[in-house]
Design a protein around this ligand. Structure first.
Ligand code: SF4
Ligand code: SF4
Length: 322
């Protein structure tokens, strides 16, 4: 029997999601044995023309990571959609816009201005910017267009399933591949992880008080963390109560709070809004001094609560630079 044909592709991504496939360790051998990888430009020498030459629907599943920032990424996502039976949005950037999506809090002009004119490492006095078309002696070169905003994968193509995480853990990646190989997939549109908050699978959950009241918030570098006690109960902003579980609380095990990369639970429309209201509900707001101190401890609320989901959120997609 022919092996299922699988494609991997990255869009606006840090490379961590690609790395996570390699992190399957001996699991990757099982995957390579069970499937036929027909496109994986980060690891194997495939070209876009190879995909264009494939019949429509001939790839069984395409795992696409990264958000959509450039016209080339949108074109590749559309091409892979056309050639694939299933498309999986792999990782927080493809799912909710992720870290690249934070740039939607400013605009394209301000982003390009900083990168090509103002950043401390910019030394080119002419401060050139990338052009979509440029004439060279050999002919005309074309570069992808830099879009006004960052989009999630499902804002440009139809997505069948989502694998959350920054990056997805080897365990949920293998479970998803096994579900695909066995044909035991849930309803289209599902997030391939559990639907319980992270706290339920955290080893420190038993130390989290039933009624939690925070009077002080601290950042991890400001305190000596007690590794035996719930981080939120220690006043460290941990987003475990509002974040989908499935990662087995790896960050908490490593002494760091959950920052929400697995995204919202099923019924939540806007992760950042939910996270903000959950944290606000445990802060002692009866005392103004306490409130001011707590607010001071969150110097970047958008980056804290919407770290992985600005493009997918209900927030305005961009704002003019101040
Ligand atoms: S989800 Fe995380 S690991 Fe994956 S590309 Fe985005 S930033 Fe990198
Ligand atoms: S708040 Fe954080 S540390 Fe506390 S139980 Fe939940 S995930 Fe664990």
């Amino acid at each position: 029997m022919a092996k299922p044909k699988v494609a991997f592709y990255w869009c606006a991504s840090c490379g961590g999601c690609e790395e996570s496939v390699v992190d399957l360790a001996e699991g990757v051998l099982k995957v390579v044995e069970a499937v036929d990888i027909v496109f994986w430009p980060v690891a194997l020498d495939f070209k876009r023309s190879d995909v264009e030459a494939m019949p429509d629907g001939s790839i069984d599943v395409a795992f696409i990571n990264g958000a959509i920032r450039l016209s080339e990424q949108e074109a590749m996502a559309k091409l892979l959609r056309q050639k694939s039976k299933l498309v999986i949005a792999y990782g927080a950037c493809a799912y909710g816009g992720g870290i690249p999506g934070l740039s939607n809090l400013t605009d394209k002009e301000a982003t390009l201005n900083f990168v090509y004119h103002e950043s401390p490492s910019t030394t080119d006095g002419a401060a050139r910017r990338p052009q979509t078309h440029i004439q060279v002696p050999e002919g005309e070169l074309e570069l992808p267009e830099f879009y006004e905003t960052v989009k999630t994968l499902d804002q440009v193509i139809d997505v069948d399933y989502y694998l959350p995480g920054c990056p997805p853990t080897p365990k949920i990646t293998l479970a998803a591949i096994e579900a695909i190989l066995s044909g035991k997939l849930p309803e289209k549109g599902a997030v391939l992880a559990g639907d319980r908050a992270l706290c339920y699978e955290c080893d420190l959950n038993s130390t989290k008080p039933e009624k939690l009241l925070v009077t002080d918030l601290k950042r991890p570098h400001q305190v000596l963390i007690d590794r035996e006690k719930c981080l939120l109960a220690q006043g460290i902003l941990c987003l475990g109560p509002v974040t989908r579980g499935g990662c087995e609380a790896l960050c908490v095990k490593g002494g760091m709070p959950c920052t929400g990369c697995f995204g919202p639970l099923e019924r939540v429309r806007d992760y950042g809004g939910k996270a903000l209201s959950a944290i606000a509900s445990i802060v002692d707001i009866t005392d103004e001094k306490v409130l001011a101190k707590v607010l001071q401890a969150v110097p970047d609320p958008a980056g804290t609560f919407y770290r992985y989901s600005v493009p997918a959120s209900l927030l305005t997609k961009k704002r003019k630079a101040a």
